[in-house]
Design a protein around this ligand. Structure first.
Ligand SMILES: [Zn+2]
Length: 117
């Protein structure tokens, strides 16, 4: 560490000016109870979209600590399958028509191959 002379002004390159963008987003503090017998709190963004974990690792003991307020972790959504995504875009009758069209095309192609042999 380099000691600065007390009467020397700070370099303009390193002068920090506060700006509007330096303001912190609103936060909420969540308390966790360590199994070793102490509590600690962790700041989170105060936003209902943010999922706050039910368990947080204690930085002193490395133990998983549960929330003091007893709130449970949000249940994860079941993963969307390819079938789910397909049903969002097309109806069953549309899919049946598409299947018939593709099967007809495949049967025609198979017939062409058999003729060539
Ligand atoms: Zn601890």
């Amino acid at each position: 560490m380099v000691a600065r002379r007390p009467n020397r002004p700070a370099s303009p390159l390193f002068r920090v000016r506060p700006s509007v963008s330096d303001e912190l987003a609103p936060r909420t503090s969540i308390k966790y109870s360590c199994p070793q017998g102490h509590d600690f709190s962790v700041p989170f963004l105060d936003d209902p979209e943010v999922a706050i974990p039910a368990v947080w690792r204690c930085c002193q003991h490395g133990r998983e600590s549960e929330r003091s307020d007893g709130a449970e972790a949000p249940k994860p959504k079941p993963p969307r399958t390819h079938w789910d995504m397909l049903l969002e875009r097309r109806s069953i009758p549309e899919l049946q028509a598409l299947l018939e069209e593709r099967l007809t095309l495949l049967h025609k192609m198979k017939g062409v191959r058999q003729i060539k042999r």
